[in-house]
Design a protein around this ligand. Structure first.
Ligand code: ATP
Length: 234
């Protein structure tokens, strides 16, 4: 579904990504794990068209999207949930969701989508009129995910969904990610919480200083002594 070939990204003199290749197949949850600064967010931002690649190719459903605008990439069916959630603080829950549907004009479809999101996140339904800034961290994460789902993406990119959340909420968010995936959305997940990420992913890639150093089925990586030592705290 998504194919990244020999992708490099520079920020001026900093080489953030060096020739990385990876793929996401339809129906999968694929995790990208690695330490702070390894290049995980940069990978997602390159897919979304937010940062320009210095070299390499990104294709989605057989079509090259490498230098398309972020808007066009959303139209193609890819939606990103940014790190730190970044909901529209002064808008209500409902308004935030409506903003996520900005590429759609089918009013009925949008209303049905909001219903679907309220089923997935009952907490958001209860708080539909509340300003986003008054929500807890976990609720803001749910809202950011709901907003991204409003465009009905076939691939959703999640950047550190567990960041700053209490363990119980982390579990809840990961359950919801699995549910979204079961309902047919393919997931690419960036996480510093390698333990959680590997527990729900089908496959994973390990990034170190801008390069893919390990890849494979998530269960295999979780059993790999190097991964256990470096990322699972053993
Ligand atoms: P984190 O979890 O901290 O976001 P990450 O694995 O997502 O880490 P990136 O944010 O992709 O890593 O950063 C990769 C490298 O690029 C790091 O060395 C980082 O300092 C650098 N970098 C990221 N964004 C910029 C930017 N806008 N300008 C300059 N350097 C940047």
């Amino acid at each position: 579904m998504l194919e990244i070939e020999n992708l490099s990204v520079n920020y001026k003199a900093i080489k953030a990504l060096l020739n990385i290749s990876c793929r996401v197949d339809q129906g999968e949850i694929v995790a990208l794990i690695g330490a702070n600064g390894a290049g995980k967010t940069t990978t997602l931002n390159a897919i979304s068209g937010i940062v320009p690649p210095a070299a390499g190719k990104i294709s989605f459903e057989g079509e090259e999207i490498t230098r398309m605008s972020p808007h066009k990439i959303v139209m193609k069916g890819i939606s990103q949930v940014p790190e730190g959630r970044r909901v529209f603080a002064k808008m209500s829950v409902l308004e935030n969701l409506e903003m996520g549907a900005y590429i759609r004009s089918d009013k009925k479809g949008i209303v049905a989508e909001i219903d679907r999101i309220f089923q997935l996140f009952p907490r958001l339904a209860e708080r539909r009129k509340q300003l986003a800034k008054t929500l807890s961290g976990g609720e803001q994460q749910m809202l950011a995910m709901g907003r991204a789902l409003m465009s009905r993406p076939r691939l959703i990119l999640l950047d550190e969904p567990s960041m700053g959340l209490a363990p119980m909420l982390v579990e809840k968010i990961f359950e919801i990610i699995q549910e979204i995936n079961r309902e047919g959305t393919t997931v690419m997940l960036v996480e510093q919480n390698a333990h959680m990420a590997l527990s729900i992913a089908h496959r994973a890639y390990v990034l170190e200083t801008g390069e893919v150093v390990l890849q494979g089925p998530a269960a295999e990586l979780a059993a790999n002594p190097e991964v256990r030592k470096a990322y699972l705290g053993e």
